[in-house]
Write a protein that binds this ligand. Structure first.
Ligand SMILES: Cc1ncc(COP(=O)(O)O)c(C=O)c1O
Length: 398
């Protein structure tokens, strides 16, 4: 038996001693969670507006998800894709049903970066071309191809030697895409809302323009919806929404919220893409495992049963209205519950710390002016009030 460690100081010291120091951590040792709240090992409650990096969309430990996982864990934890499975069949069917037309099939994997790697491979297989266009400010993951597609900050350099054939266009500029996306390009891939870059979003005409270029030049359009997918923007996907100008890409990649905390990734594809993919073109041991699939079904059911898509719209409207009067804020960016509070000055890290002192967890971004909010989709207006009050207090004390 590994003995339980007691007390924040001891937990932090032991973790730092035995885990590689690759993350800058908040000074919390987390023990349990429920809804939009988490509790530390020593009993302090925090309002979680970060959701474990946009993962806890259904809230922490949603009872429907927990019950489904318990039930599945007693039946079978895992079997691979060499066999059929009732729970996998239902997860795939449910995902395709909620996806915008003409999405018609799914490939399951384990993370966001893996979903993006497979999406790019599918685009190359489908077109017989190699080059991939992504954007300034993009973040697509840390494995070889995904990090080579990432133009935010210094990530790409960490991935040296990069996979060849990655080209960068200007996010939001359809002209810059027209210049680089010629008939040698397999895919244009983008986060429809660039979260880590500071919650940057374009107008619907940009997404429509991308669809048009892809159609004209035989290019596969990939939406990396690792953050925007599974209800975060108030519709199941950004793809097909009004904000996207109604357009649907050829591939949508998902992860984060999809399993409410169990590692699950997915590529949703159209029939045209699916028709080009043969046995053994893609694969993964864990993708489509039973426990993960029961998490997918329960996550989607929980969002549906609790009307979370409606809640996201309502809470976004409320939050925007409540923040409108604060003079330190320049704008609130993003959509649904993927929001960037942009201050007039570079104070996001300071505000994050002040909020943490007031027991509210938020995120920063690569833009020092932008505080990021990625809360559970079940956040209530009363909980927003706690945030607004604490924010006013934090800003007033500067
Ligand atoms: C938009 C986007 N794509 C891909 C990834 C990579 O996902 P993962 O960390 O699950 O590999 C992330 C992670 O933050 C992300 O935000």
């Amino acid at each position: 038996m590994v003995k339980t460690i007691v007390g924040f100081e001891e937990i932090a010291a032991r973790e730092e001693r035995f885990q590689l120091a690759t993350y800058q951590k908040l000074p919390l040792a987390i023990g349990r969670g429920r809804g939009s709240w988490i509790e530390t090992e020593d009993g302090q409650r925090y309002l979680d507006l970060y959701g474990g990096h946009a993962v806890a969309a259904t809230g922490h430990c949603h009872p429907h998800v927990v019950a489904a996982l318990k039930k599945q864990a007693e039946k079978l934890l895992f079997y691979s894709n060499v066999v059929y499975s009732e729970v996998r069949a239902r997860a795939a069917e449910k995902l395709v049903q909620i996806a915008p037309s003409p999405i018609s099939k799914v490939f399951f994997c384990n993370s966001g970066t893996e979903a993006n790697e497979n999406a790019m491979r599918m685009a190359r297989l489908a077109t017989g071309r190699e080059r991939i266009v992504t954007f300034t400010g993009s973040f697509h993951g840390r494995t070889a191809d995904a990090i080579s597609a990432t133009f935010l900050g210094k990530y790409r350099e960490l991935g040296r030697p990069n996979v060849p054939g990655h080209i960068c266009a200007e996010f939001g500029s359809i002209e810059s895409v027209r210049r680089v996306a010629d008939e040698s390009v397999a895919a244009i891939m983008l986060e429809p809302i660039q979260s880590m870059a500071g919650v940057r979003m374009a107008g619907p005409e940009f997404y429509r323009g991308l669809r048009q270029i892809c159609d004209e030049r035989g290019i596969v359009l990939i939406f990396d919806e690792v953050q925007t997918g599974v209800g975060r923007t108030g519709s199941w996907f950004f793809a097909g929404s009004e904000a996207a100008g109604g357009i649907v890409p050829d591939i949508i990649t998902l992860a984060k919220a999809l399993g409410s905390g169990l590692p699950v990734g997915a590529c949703l594809v159209t029939e045209n893409v699916a028709a080009q993919i043969k046995t053994n073109d893609l694969g993964t041991t864990f993708g489509g495992g039973m426990l993960a699939m029961s998490a997918v079904i329960a996550t989607l059911e929980a969002i549906e049963r609790d009307n979370m898509l409606e809640n996201v719209k309502l809470v976004e409207t409320y939050l925007r209205a409540r923040l409108a009067h604060l003079p330190e804020i320049e704008e609130v960016r993003g959509k649904g519950l993927l929001l960037g509070v942009k201050f007039k000055e570079e104070i996001a890290a300071h505000v994050q710390k002040e909020l943490l002192d007031r027991k509210i967890i938020t995120g920063t971004s690569s833009d020092a002016r932008v505080l990021r909010l990625l809360p559970p989709l079940c956040l209530t207006c009363d909980e927003v009030e706690l945030f607004v009050e604490a924010l006013g207090d934090a800003l007033g004390g500067r």
